[in-house]
Ligand binder design. Structure first.
Ligand code: NAD
Length: 248
């Protein structure tokens, strides 16, 4: 029970890594508000969780993560309903594989908007609440590609390099307000994002991973539990790799 009594918001909480974070946070005693891209998918995820655990303190919402006004309202409503906002996990993200030669500028913008702008927008709305209440934790989902790039779809690694930059900068800016800001950089993880990739792309990557396999969303979620908990009370500005050492 590392998060007993904490109130958390997790974006992209309807499936994959985000859903695993939601479940782990609930198991550790937190109240969780999960965000989906549509209310229908958010409610479906909540129903799935409640079927497994009817006592789970969880609800689903679907604000536009890129819209400052909407996020201010959504996070304000969480604070009003539950009395605080202790943890924001900026996890929602999309990836890309286009070659630079065919990459449409609007597709590049789309990925930057969700993967970077929404992290800024959510962090700003959360930090205002956290400063007022005396502290909090902001966590971002980065990626192993934020360390060494990838050979196509340059918008995705570009966005994750930006997430690392924002994580380190906000950690410096918000430390004085007792707000810790960290990121988790997953390697290849067994979610819908990876299931759509052809085996010929995944196989050579996995062959480079010393642990010899892709990661499971629950293994990534454990790092989010640790960083959100008081066990990480002196850690901020860190990008924690959870990748089976895929970098080497
Ligand atoms: P996923 O596709 O299973 O889940 C993505 C989540 O983001 C979903 O909950 C979805 O509802 C949400 N989302 C997508 N578009 C949205 C939008 N426009 N508005 C609001 N929400 C939206 O993917 P995942 O693998 O669980 O990815 C979660 C995070 O982990 C992402 O930030 C991704 O970049 C990162 N990541 C994944 C891997 C991997 O191998 N799976 C590796 C490194 C980093």
């Amino acid at each position: 029970m590392l998060l007993r009594g904490k109130v958390a918001v997790v974006t992209g909480g309807t499936r994959g890594i985000g859903l695993a974070i939601v479940k782990k946070y609930l198991a550790h005693g937190a109240t969780v508000v999960l965000c989906g891209s549509r209310l229908e998918t958010a409610e479906k995820a909540v129903a799935q969780i409640k079927a497994e655990n009817p006592d789970a303190k969880v609800e689903g919402i679907a604000p536009d993560l890129q819209n400052a006004e909407e996020m201010e309202k959504a996070l304000g409503a969480v604070r009003d309903k539950y009395g605080r906002l202790d943890i924001l996990v900026n996890n929602a993200g999309i990836s890309a594989r286009e070659s630079l030669y065919d990459y449409k500028p609007e597709d590049f913008e789309k990925i930057i908007s969700l993967n970077v702008t929404s992290v800024f927008v959510g962090s700003q709305a959360a930090a205002r609440i956290m400063k007022e209440q005396g502290g909090g934790v902001i966590l971002n989902t980065s990626s192993m590609v934020s360390i060494y790039g990838q050979p196509s779809g340059c918008g995705y690694p570009t966005s994750k390099f930006a997430v690392n930059g924002m994580t380190k900068s906000l950690a410096r800016e918000l430390g004085k307000d007792n707000i810790r800001v960290n990121a988790v950089a997953p390697g290849v993880t067994n979610t819908d994002m990876v299931k759509v990739l052809p085996p010929e792309l995944i196989k050579p990557i996995v062959s480079q991973i010393p642990l010899g396999r892709v990661g499971e969303p629950e293994e990534v979620a454990d790092a989010f539990v640790f960083l959100a908990s008081d066990m990480a009370s002196y850690i901020t500005g860190e990008i924690l790799s959870v990748d089976g050492c895929g970098r080497s």
